[in-house]
Design a protein around this ligand. Sequence first.
Ligand code: C2E
Ligand code: MG
Ligand code: MG
Ligand code: MG
Length: 290
Amino acid sequence: VAKQAGGDRTMLFTQSIKEQLERRKLIEQSLIAAIAAGQFELYYQPKVGGLSRQVCGYEALVRWNHPQLGILSPSEFIPIAEETGAILPLGDWVMEHACLHAKELNDLGFENIPVAINVSASQLSDPDWLDRLLFILQKTKLPTHLIELELTESQLLVDIDHSTDLITYIRSLGVKVALDDFGTGYSSLSYLRNLPLDTLKIDRSFVAHLQENQENYDLAIIKAVKALSKQLGISLVAEGVEKAMQERILTEIGCDQLQGYLYSKPIPAKEFLALCLRSLTEEEEKFKSQ
Ligand code: C2E
Ligand code: MG
Ligand code: MG
Ligand code: MG
């Protein structure tokens, strides 16, 4: 094949594989030092109420301002951090900073909008992780009802008994727990019965092709998940909402919360704070003019 493709193309091909490997190596080697060097930053993406369309929560999404590679997406470096174990200190950093920002927002008078934090499987299975979570909560003085942990199915299924115990304990503290990317994992319905959850986040792949009168099954699946979450007493969030038509359909189905570029992309903490303050003033003006 190499000969048929010609020397130049083979060169290009090997070049890019080499580049990819070097990029990966660079990421792998600089992860830990980057935490202390302050190269990570939390971006925030709001969630809005299905009916109110007001900000009713937000998700912390980590970014890496890499000195050589520019802004890196978590989908590139989180898997590497998971493989190398760097996810433990990085996850602690995320937890602490998300709680600090959330406390700031809470002190400004936003008393009921929780921050959602993504947690990896290796954090859940680390025997000391819970202690560090408790320590961070204590240190930042964030009321526990203002934090929600987003876990994925595959993460929970690594050790379902341990996960169930852990979640039960975490929820007894008042911390909320959401199942992220619902529908993309094993989607074994039997574990849903035993897992104490607050929220299901239906994966954006189901939202992406939503259309009225569509021939594919996405609409039917979301409706079924809504019925299920209602029966289980869990709230339903749709992620990846980009179009007004998707919003219309999801609202009609009764999704409790919506999240996606239609409302806002993930934005830096300062911008998110400004967005919250702006929506507060808008509310007040509306109230005054009534
Ligand atoms: P996720 O938790 O499912 O987050 C949703 C992802 O979808 C985010 O990508 C978000 O920017 C993107 N998104 C939101 N709305 C839309 C939309 O309307 N259209 C499209 N096309 N995309 C949308 P992001 O920020 O690149 O994060 C990717 C994944 O990385 C996250 O998926 C999460 O699994 C992981 N991640 C991010 N931050 C952390 C973290 O602090 N810790 C851990 N363990 N994982 C994280
Ligand atoms: Mg998430
Ligand atoms: Mg998700
Ligand atoms: Mg995801």
